[in-house]
Design a protein around this ligand. Sequence first.
Ligand code: ACM
Ligand code: ZN
Length: 535
Amino acid sequence: MFKNISLIITLCASLLTAHAATADYQVVPLPQEISMSKGKPFVLSASTPIVYTGSDAQMQKNANFLSDYVEQLTKIRLNVSSQKVKKTTPIVLALNPKIAGNEAYVMTVTDKQLTIAGKTPAGVFYGIQTLRKSLPVLDAAENIELPAAVIKDAPKFAYRGMMLDCGRHFFPISFVKKYIDMLALHNMNVFHWHLTEDQGWRIEIKKYPKLTEIGSKRSGTIIGHNSAVDDSIPYGGYYTQEQAREIVKYAAERNITVIPEIDMPGHMLSALASYPELGCTGGPYEVGHKWGVYEDVLCLGNEKVYKFLEDIIDELIDIFPSKYIHIGGDESPRVRWEKCPKCQALAKAQGLTTDHLQAYFTNRIEKYINAKGRRIIGWDEILEGPINQSATIMSWRGVQPGTKAANLGHDVIMSPNSNAYFDYYQTKKTGGEPLNIGGYLPVSKVYEYDPTPESMPAEAQKHIVGVQANLWTEYVACPTLAEYQVMPRMAAISEVQWLPSSKKNFDAFKTRVTKLAKIYDRLGYVYAKHLWTEK
Ligand code: ACM
Ligand code: ZN
């Protein structure tokens, strides 16, 4: 009898323990160091205050973010305060100048207090992301136990980005904000905003109103993979400068820098349709309906082109405080330059081949941007001529161009189509999928990417400043599809960005991302399920 009672008690106790909601620090991206401590857990309840210290306005914002995040996931609303109250066990957000690394944080959990400390508010923000992702997702508020531990964490790369192509398809401001929220959840700090394309100019430029009056609209869109059928449905949209500033502010509050891209000298058909005198032939031109590469590009022998771009850059740098301005530079055919008297006169005067006209152009635009205290990023094609070492290269045609650039002493952002193009299919069974551009990039292939392999010389490795994934949108016509394309591959790239290769483990990642998916569900995000349904 006695034995039975003790069995029942043990059973009840284990049931109770199983029921207690517990936090789990195995999140995405995985913190670099998690040391479990002896001692009782911290108990998070409705009476737990969030106390922020310091006068930095961003710290109060951090506290409010944490309170919102906790409520989203657990239904518990925590009060935010700048003062400690006696007899409470608070979550304390603090600045600590001794912590090394601008984005590093230390999270210390004891039964008396949970502290997130960073050298900067950005570090504290990443500690908050880890705490947030550690929480269980609850349908009704209940106390949550957070095991005693010390977590020390910092990112591997200073530049952790995602690009969104708003040229091929236009995404409303509400979705751009949601995309930025998604970046924050994955500890990313750069939103690369691809703002101009052959098929649409998306940013208001006050000095050149036709860019949006004419260039932001196309009269139809080709159906499928450049079929012969056009839908003839007018399509358009652009962001006002006021909206762009709103995005910059929204992102900054989440420690995300917005890097605008004006793609030049190719992918400029929308600008040529607006100002035909900027092309080699003078037009007429039409905003693109088809996908791919157009032969009509800016005329590099025309001085007006440089004035036009400098004026645009002036307006851009007033809106976007980013260190970098992205000048595109990809896929710019030379066929028009070959036949254009102005371009040929320039080549002759400069003693250049036609092929090297783009390098002349890149250096000239870079000089202008540098004089404004900013730096350029360009797609890896800009490396095909003699350009300055100060240009940062975004390697997209695989890893090879980035490796070459790093060896030459350029800073490099690795964004290889082999591992980071999220417009590619996520499954080989494409029949049931929305039409994509092609390719095959499962989560595992994103995850396995190593941006600084041992085979890369140490000196070159130092120049790999970051990693980025891209969402091109020829076939991604709406926000829901954009979410589906990026998640959960975004989780995989976030560990490539955050963790040293030696700490990556795909099986363990899969467990972590399964938990992260519960947060996607709670936030109402649409995401692909192949990771769980396919071998
Ligand atoms: C690119 O994918 N054309 C940069
Ligand atoms: Zn020309």
